[in-house]
Design a protein around this ligand. Structure first.
Ligand SMILES: Cc1cc2nc3c(=O)[nH]c(=O)nc-3n(C[C@H](O)[C@H](O)[C@H](O)COP(=O)(O)O)c2cc1C
Length: 390
């Protein structure tokens, strides 16, 4: 039994699971493997490095076996030409994060490509809605890699974005590393989950073996949001974004002294960083990882992982039982609703299901957030209208 949401329907994918477009580590093979596994693979182009794209884009396009795949960029770091080059390979989606996506939206739309915008705070969420995002990724601060310096945790952030964005499908991101997390995302009203760190520990990830092993070995408490490593390595990330990384000697040396590190621009410090990389005493790149790493204990193939996540999510949502029918009588009109007892945990989201929501072909539809919009704008929606009454 597969979980059907507005996200799976939009992309015609089997599972409500997306690969985060992790700059450098989500290469073509990983992207294609996730898509072949029934999720949506997103190539991690980061700043749109031309050589990297030339190598990885064809792999994603050729190996995804006709399944939809997409590509992600860091909006602050790219120009229009990069997006144009990617669109030549006909991705199903372009995802933009971190910075103003505005300058790129028209080109993506004109190509008929689905626009995914990742947001790290409510201001970005409102902007994403205004720009007409087809899908919004709500990233909480548990996330590995970059995100809001003053963001919020996934649990409180996602439902607020779901309400704000409805009926636009929202994916939850940040700290999700097993199927229970995917199920939790759905219970929050999201249409799916986008996972990064979990997919770094897979056979296809473009990750140094030491980093993959550190993720398997590590615990969430050993991750920390910081700017220190960006400053030390000379990366020009906007100050509003910090990154969650595993521990690092430079972090210990400079924690809390980012301004000093930046002011002195600190050629000596940056030089010391490069020297340490050259000597091999620190890894060439920070080890970006999210708080969910306690849940990561193996290095499976990405397609197997997608299947496992989906199975776990379905199990966490409970056994699906046959639908029941309820007649309601309101203002002289009798309406008949079908509803699923197994969806009980999702009822508390306040709706989202509608009378046309029904089981088909072994798929069970889940709330998309549309009901929440109604509930917010027009007062509470009675449970029976949402179709989840038991
Ligand atoms: C190694 C790594 C690199 C990342 N690079 C990018 C990136 O280039 N663009 C982007 O939109 N998000 C990037 N992210 C953030 C992801 O999109 C996503 O929000 C995050 O991975 C979700 O949290 P999780 O890692 O706990 O699953 C990166 C995350 C990681 C772990």
């Amino acid at each position: 039994m597969a979980l059907s949401t507005s996200f799976t329907e939009l992309f015609d994918v089997e599972h409500p699971i997306a690969l985060a477009p992790m700059g450098g580590s989500a290469g073509g093979a990983l992207t294609a493997a996730v898509s072949r596994g029934g999720g949506l693979g997103l190539l991690g182009s980061g700043n749109g490095d031309r050589d990297w794209l030339a190598r990885e884009l064809p792999v994603a396009a050729d190996e995804s076996a006709g399944r939809p795949w997409g590509i992600g960029f860091q909006a602050w770091a790219i120009d229009d030409g990069v997006v144009a080059r990617a669109l030549e390979h006909d991705p199903a989606a372009v995802m933009l994060s971190f910075g103003d996506p505005g300058p790129f939206v028209e080109r993506i739309r004109t190509a008929g490509t689905t626009l995914i915008l990742q947001v790290t705070d409510l201001e970005e969420a409102r902007r994403a809605v205004d720009l007409g995002a087809d899908v919004i990724v709500a990233q909480g601060t548990e996330a590995g890699g970059h995100g809001a310096r003053q963001g919020r945790s996934t649990l409180p952030f996602v439902p607020v974005v779901v309400d704000l964005a409805a009926p636009v499908p929202v994916l939850a991101a940040g700290g999700i590393a097993d199927g229970r997390g995917v199920a939790a995302a759905l219970a929050l009203g999201a249409a799916g989950a986008l996972l990064g760190t979990r997919f770094q520990a897979t056979a296809e990830a473009l990750v140094a073996p030491a980093t993959a092993q550190a993720i398997v070995d590590g615990g969430g408490e050993s991750t920390e949001r910081n700017r220190v490593l960006d400053i030390a390595r000379g990366a020009r990330w906007p100050a509003q974004y910090t990154a969650r990384t595993l521990g690092h000697p430079f972090l210990d040396a400079w924690r809390g002294r980012e301004d000093e590190l930046e002011r002195s621009a600190t050629l000596p410090a940056q030089q010391a960083y490069q020297d340490a990389v050259a000597r091999g005493t620190i890894p060439p790149l920070p080890q970006w990882a999210g708080e969910g790493i306690d849940l990561i204990n193996d290095l499976p193939s990405a397609a197997d992982l997608v299947a496992t996540l989906a199975t776990q999510a379905e199990a966490a949502l409970g056994p699906q039982r046959p639908p029941r029918t309820t007649d309601t009588y309101t203002r002289g009109v009798t309406s008949r609703f079908r509803w699923w007892p197994a969806a009980r945990p999702l009822r508390s989201t306040g709706g989202g299901g509608r009378s046309d929501r029904r089981s088909s072909g072994g798929r069970v539809k889940l709330p998309t957030g549309a009901g929440r919009l109604r509930s917010r704008r027009r007062g509470p929606v009675p449970a029976f209208r949402a179709g989840w009454r038991s």
